[in-house]
Design a protein around this ligand. Structure first.
Ligand code: GCU
Length: 430
């Protein structure tokens, strides 16, 4: 209840253009017996009704069909990679974090011009690495300076959502913001285990509020004569995912990073984003969704916790406008979120839930993994191996991974422990 109250107040304070008042918002269902009857769209049948029984049919026909449906109906189509991006290393220190890390900051100018929008990457690599290292890449909510207690990280000057606890004053970061989200990034463990971390503030790519797509990267790519994306073109989640791919473009030029072993990880709205990034861009070698919920790993048709009605009204900028067609009509959706997980196949995918995070529908998150498994099997992997939700704190780690841990909507050291083990399992020796 408290979390719901908190979410509600955050939504109301952060979202000036909410389409629903609190009183109008439908009451969330948390009762398994009240889940509407539904049939998931067939994963392994083409739109013309042909059974998909070979890897070839999956790659040539069904996968492109599903990808295109997610583009036009859910997240919106994103533009092709820009041609002339400019990468600038703005700082480098080889003995950061008491000698444990190499720390680099890199600006990515999307248009190749320093007058256009840019995103700043914060990169930590193990100082003692002798060869290119695999990395975790993740967007953050309040700026790169929040992810570590490291006073030398550049303090972001971008717009931020209001949040007193994170030291945000008048929608800008202050010195108090430094390290404010450090508990969510297990940097020491990541480095000790031989991995690097690449952090990006999501608001560098597109600030998280509904302004009709006037700021961030959207205006750079409007169709001629148009001032905002068309109903099947990218919303904010797609823009963030596009930004993650641009960060990967940079990593391909960085000799200290093993760009073939990049795990993309995100929490909550940014977990929806890591899934969409990993689904589209097959250069991401491993994909992690932490508590991503509605529009992420949770099945929309279950309508448990957050629904399309609530999310599209509270955050009208996250998805493409076509997604609104399915408000209270989830059964008409040509896809459901298990198909998003399936787009990651055969690459390792890990979905995590938390017991107290009912808003994100833990069971719906589990079911997406379960129902995506046939594609993983078709492509010759071990798949998931589970039929039922595991007990709390008992992770499943095959080619597909899942856990539900005790506690709240958050990213904890326990979550990272599982992601690091999972990455070891799939990256070592590959
Ligand atoms: C809200 C929203 C969720 C989202 C979460 C977050 O709770 O309703 O869909 O995942 O914010 O990003 O923290």
């Amino acid at each position: 209840m408290k979390r719901l109250f908190l979410i509600t107040s955050i939504m109301l304070s952060a979202c000036v253009t909410c389409h629903q008042t609190q009183a109008e918002r439908p009451k969330p269902n948390y009762d398994e017996t009240k889940i509407p009857k539904y049939t998931l769209p067939a994963l392994l049948k083409t739109s013309s009704g042909k059974k998909v029984d070979s890897a070839e049919l999956w790659w040539k026909v069904r996968r492109p069909e599903i990808l295109s449906l997610f583009e036009s109906e859910v997240y919106g189509k994103s533009p092709a990679p820009p041609k002339n991006m400019l990468f600038e290393v703005t700082s480098q220190k080889n003995d950061a974090l008491n000698g444990k890390a190499i720390r680099k900051e890199v600006s990515v100018y999307f248009t190749g011009k320093k007058t256009g929008p840019r995103m700043d990457l914060l990169i930590y690599l193990p100082a003692k690495a002798t060869k290119p290292v695999p990395v975790f890449m993740g967007l953050n909510f309040y700026g790169n300076h929040t992810i570590a207690n490291d006073p030398e990280i550049k303090l972001s000057t971008q717009w931020m959502r209001a949040n007193k606890d994170k030291g945000i004053v008048n929608n800008r970061a202050t010195e108090k913001s430094r390290g404010a989200s450090a508990s969510r990034w297990a940097i020491e463990q990541i480095l000790d285990r031989g991995y690097g971390l690449v952090a990006i503030y999501c608001g560098d790519i597109d600030p998280d509020y509904d302004d009709g797509f006037q700021n961030g990267v959207h205006p750079l790519y409007n169709q001629a004569g148009k001032s905002k994306p068309a109903p099947d073109e990218w919303g904010t989640i797609a823009a963030w995912a596009w930004g993650l791919s641009r960060a990967l473009d940079y990593l391909e030029t960085d000799a200290q990073v093993d760009h073939e072993r990049v795990a993309v990880m995100g929490h909550s709205r940014l977990g929806k984003t890591s899934l969409w990034a990993g689904a589209q861009d097959q250069r991401f070698a491993l994909v992690i969704s932490n508590d991503s919920g509605c529009g992420g790993a949770a099945l929309s048709r279950r309508r448990f916790g957050e629904t399309l009605n609530v999310i599209n009204n509270a955050f009208p900028h996250w998805f493409c406008d076509n997604f609104n067609k399915y408000i209270d009509k989830e059964n008409d959706l040509p896809v459901d979120q298990h198909m998003l997980v399936a787009l990651v196949a055969p690459r390792p995918v890990y979905v995590a839930s938390a017991v107290e995070d009912r808003w994100a529908d833990p069971k719906g998150e589990f079911l997406s993994v379960l129902h995506a498994e046939p594609v993983y099997k078709l492509l010759g992997t071990s798949g998931f191996g589970a039929k039922q939700m595991p007990k709390v704190n008992q992770p499943i780690k095959q080619r597909m991974g899942y856990h539900i841990r005790t506690g709240k909507h958050n990213v904890t050291d326990y979550d990272w422990q599982q992601y690091l083990d999972f990455a070891d399992q799939h990256f070592q020796g590959s």
